[in-house]
Design a protein around this ligand. Structure first.
Ligand code: NAD
Length: 472
């Protein structure tokens, strides 16, 4: 077991002022693999001061030079991709193949994209007699979750640094190890001291201290709607900028005439990836009533291919969920679905066969789900898919939009124009049309209670900029 004692601030590793530690669990083996400091208010304060001190130098560093630093960081991410993947597999339980492709792969792409944007973005413009400067907002407090632990940090840090902001990161308590690894890589990339700072710690202590700190100009939060609402209120009270990336309950709408086999197969894969711990997962599959039984048959066969197992085994496609608490929460939702009268056709609340140890959940499929059931309304964040039937296209649209969330979604149709027209009526931030692939430059973020603001690409960069207009 590895014991970490330091926080990373002002370009060095310093002992935390805390005597408390956080245990990091390997959820597959159910063993504590490391401890990290439970950072204090004082640690956060020192980190914010370092970020404030570094701001004047960083904001006036030429964008092309900032781009070169981001390139150097992206090179470090490339060179350490396997270590990143293994670390995320250890602390999250994510199958190692998926860790390589997504947990390590996506941050590499995103860091590279911001190196390019820093170099090419027009940070000033003329509007009539005004010269408008796009300036960095200032010090950013980044609070992140555990499900895509490196991506969610890089999706904040890279645009913030590209914009000329300095950053303090408070990573999720379950997955601090990949965050510590990132700090090492930032150090190796030679970024100026204080531009990037990291304090591990508990949400209500270190996270709260960061969100409340008067030296933080923008709080960028990814996590649950419950905590996001609290952080939004804190930021509102201080009149500081806030960006919130929250939960989802996205609809996968299969229109009549669509390729049902393909749509169901990809829909199931979308939910099972990362053990269902994806905020944008299409956890409600909507099928025409006349194709319901066929869809049930196809979905049951597809779910059966996801046999939980050791995430270090290269052939395993679904590992455990992140923690005991998450396992119990997901199993509780499965029990709730049964008691609400949904039909359980695969999975269930018991431990998967032979996996009593570890935080495993059976990949689960419910059919005959009604739109107002709890399992159709609340984010479960586990490998659980609900199949809902609809009568006609208007009914499908009503069910799809009947959610307090609006993060993502999918539409399938044999007619691309029909699918696009349907997607345009969905009240959600992203829709994949006929299997359109993920675009790391497209704006990502939610309608309704899925959040405020956008990440990735030029829209993500804009979150970290504000304007000064000079009238000439
Ligand atoms: P969470 O809200 O419990 O924690 C997220 C972060 O907030 C952690 O770093 C935590 O320590 C911190 N935190 C907790 N309480 C805090 C407080 N009072 N003040 C300041 N910080 C605090 O969420 P989680 O369980 O880590 O992540 C799962 C949730 O995140 C799911 O609901 C999921 O949908 C959502 N999520 C959304 C996106 C997105 O982009 N929209 C991405 C990933 C996860």
């Amino acid at each position: 077991m590895r014991e970490h004692h330091s926080v990373y601030l002002d370009g060095t590793w310093l002992p935390s002022t805390s005597t408390e530690t956080i245990e990091v669990l390997d959820p597959a083996r159910d063993e504590v693999i490391a401890t990290v400091p439970a950072g204090t208010d004082e640690d956060v304060d020192r980190a914010v001061r370092a970020a404030q001190a570094a701001l004047p130098g960083w904001r006036t560093t030429a964008p092309a030079r900032r781009a070169a630093y981001l390139e150097a960081l992206a090179d470090q991410l490339d060179a350490h991709a396997e270590e990143i993947a293994r670390t995320v597999t250890d602390e999250l339980g994510c199958p190692v193949g998926f860790s390589r492709a997504v947990q390590a792969g996506l941050p590499r792409q995103v860091a590279r994209s911001y190196a390019e944007l820093a170099a090419t973005h027009p940070f000033e413009e003329r509007i009539g007699n005004s010269h408008v400067f796009h300036e960095p907002v200032g010090v950013v407090g980044a609070i992140t979750p555990w499900n895509y632990p490196l991506h969610q940090i890089v999706a904040k840090v890279a645009p913030a640094l590209a914009a000329g902001c300095t950053v303090v990161v408070k990573p999720a308590e379950n997955t601090p190890l990949v965050a510590l690894l990132l700090a090492r890589l930032v150090d190796a990339a030679g970024l100026p001291a204080g531009v990037f700072n990291l304090v591990t710690g508990l949400g209500p202590v270190a996270g709260e201290a960061l969100a409340r700190h008067p030296g933080v100009d923008l709080v960028s939060f990814t996590g649950s709607t419950r905590v996001g609402r609290h952080i939004g209120a804190l930021a509102g009270g201080e009149v500081k900028r806030v960006a919130l990336e929250l939960g989802g309950k996205s609809a996968n709408v299969i229109l009549p005439g669509a390729d049902l086999t393909k749509a169901v197969k990809i829909g199931v894969a979308n939910v099972m990836a990362n053990s269902g711990q994806t905020c944008s997962a299409w956890t409600r599959m909507l099928v025409p009533a006349e194709h319901h039984e066929e869809a049930v048959r196809l979905a049951t066969a597809a779910v059966a291919k996801y046999v939980p197992g050791d995430p270090r085994d290269e052939t395993v496609r679904v590992g455990p969920v992140v923690s005991h608490a998450q396992r119990d929460r997901v199993r509780g939702y499965i029990e709730r679905g049964v008691s609400e009268g949904a039909r359980l056709v695969a999975g269930g609340p018991q431990a998967p066969e032979g996996l009593d140890r570890g935080c495993y959940v059976r990949p689960t499929l419910f059919t005959d789900v009604e739109p107002d059931m709890v399992i159709a309304q609340e984010e479960i964040f586990g490998p659980v898919l609900s199949l809902l039937r609809y009568q006609d296209t208007e009914d499908a649209l009503r069910i799809a939009n009947d959610s307090r969330y609006g993060l993502s979604g999918a539409v399938w149709s044999e007619d691309q124009a029909e699918a696009v027209a349907f997607a345009r009526r969905m009240r959600t931030g992203q829709v994949d049309v006929n299997g359109g692939r993920f675009n790391p430059l497209a704006p990502f973020g939610g309608y309704k209670q899925s959040g405020v603001g956008r990440e990735l690409g030029p829209h993500g960069l804009a979150e970290y900029l504000h304007t000064q207009s000079l009238q000439l």
